[in-house]
Design a protein around this ligand. Structure first.
Ligand SMILES: *[C@@H]1O[C@H](CO)[C@@H](O)[C@H](O)[C@H]1NC(C)=O
Ligand SMILES: [Ca+2]
Length: 223
C-alpha cells in the first residue's frame, strides 16, 4: 500500500515536471479592440456621435494575480476606469505588481478608441505570466466596460498563434445610472450601495445595447 502510494506520488511528480518543462520561452502579442459603437451600427440606441472606448489599459500576468473577474467585485482601480475612463490607478497598481514578478508587461493607450476604430496594445508573456487582461470604459456611460480578463496565451503546450472574439458591455456594479451621461458630472453619480458584481449588461433588462456586440478583440502573436 505504502509502495503504491509512493509510486503514485512519484509519477505525479514526474508528470508535473514534464508538464512544467513543456513551457519554455516567451511570446509577444498584439491585442486589438475594435469599437463598433457607431451611430451606423446602433442607430437611436446610442448618442448620434457614437460612444468611445476610454484609453485602454492592460497587463500580462501570472495566475497568482487577477485584476478582476466576472462575477467578482470591481477593485477601486477597475472602478476608476469604469466610471471616469481614467486608467491611472490601474496602471500604478500594475506597475507596483511588476516588482512582485506577478505582472510582466503593463500597457496603456494614449487616447480613446473612437467609434469605428481600432486600438492595439502589446504584451510580452512567458511561462510564469501567460495571462492577459485588458479593459476600457464605454464612454460616456455610468460604469460600463469592455474587457478581456485572465486570458491564457499558453494552451495545449504552446503559445497560441492568434485568437479573436466579440466584446459585449459589462456593468461594473459600482454605479446605478442607466444613461449615456458625461463623466465627471457629480450630480449624476449614483453609487451602487452595496456594490454589485461585474456582470454582462445584458442581464439587466434595461440594457441600452439590447445585448448586441459592442466591439471585437483580436489577439495576434507577433514574436
Ligand atoms: C477569427 O478566428 C477564426 C477562427 O480561428 C478565423 O476563422 C477568422 O478568420 C478570424 N477572424 C479574424 C477577423 O481574424
Ligand atoms: Ca451599473
Amino acid at each position: 500500500m505504502i509502495r503504491q502510494v509512493t509510486a503514485f506520488f512519484l509519477s505525479l511528480a514526474l508528470f508535473q515536471a514534464v508538464a512544467e518543462s513543456a513551457c519554455s520561452g516567451r511570446a509577444v502579442y498584439r491585442v486589438t479592440f475594435t469599437n463598433l459603437l457607431t451611430a451606423e451600427n446602433f442607430g437611436d440606441l446610442i448618442p448620434p456621435n457614437g460612444l468611445v472606448f476610454s484609453p485602454l489599459a492592460g497587463a500580462s500576468h501570472s495566475n497568482r494575480f487577477s485584476f478582476f473577474t466576472i462575477r467578482g467585485f470591481a477593485s477601486p482601480q477597475v472602478e476608476q476606469i469604469a466610471e471616469t475612463g481614467q486608467n491611472g490607478r490601474f496602471v500604478t497598481q500594475a506597475k507596483n505588481m511588476q516588482r512582485t514578478g506577478k505582472v510582466f508587461t503593463v500597457a496603456a493607450a494614449d487616447g480613446p478608441s473612437l467609434p469605428g476604430t481600432d486600438t492595439s496594445l502589446f504584451f510580452a508573456v512567458d511561462c510564469a505570466r501567460p495571462f492577459i487582461t485588458m479593459l476600457g470604459m464605454i464612454a460616456p456611460s455610468p460604469d460600463w466596460i469592455v474587457q478581456i480578463n485572465n486570458r491564457n496565451m499558453f494552451r495545449n503546450g504552446m503559445f497560441i498563434p492568434r485568437e479573436n472574439g466579440t466584446l459585449i458591455a459589462y456593468d461594473t456594479g459600482t454605479d446605478d445610472g442607466r444613461e449615456f451621461t458625461p463623466p465627471g458630472d457629480a450630480s449624476l453619480d449614483m453609487p451602487t450601495e452595496p456594490q454589485m458584481n461585474i456582470v454582462p449588461l445584458v442581464e439587466d433588462e434595461t440594457d441600452r445595447f439590447e445585448g448586441r456586440i459592442v466591439g471585437r478583440f483580436n489577439i495576434m502573436r507577433i514574436q
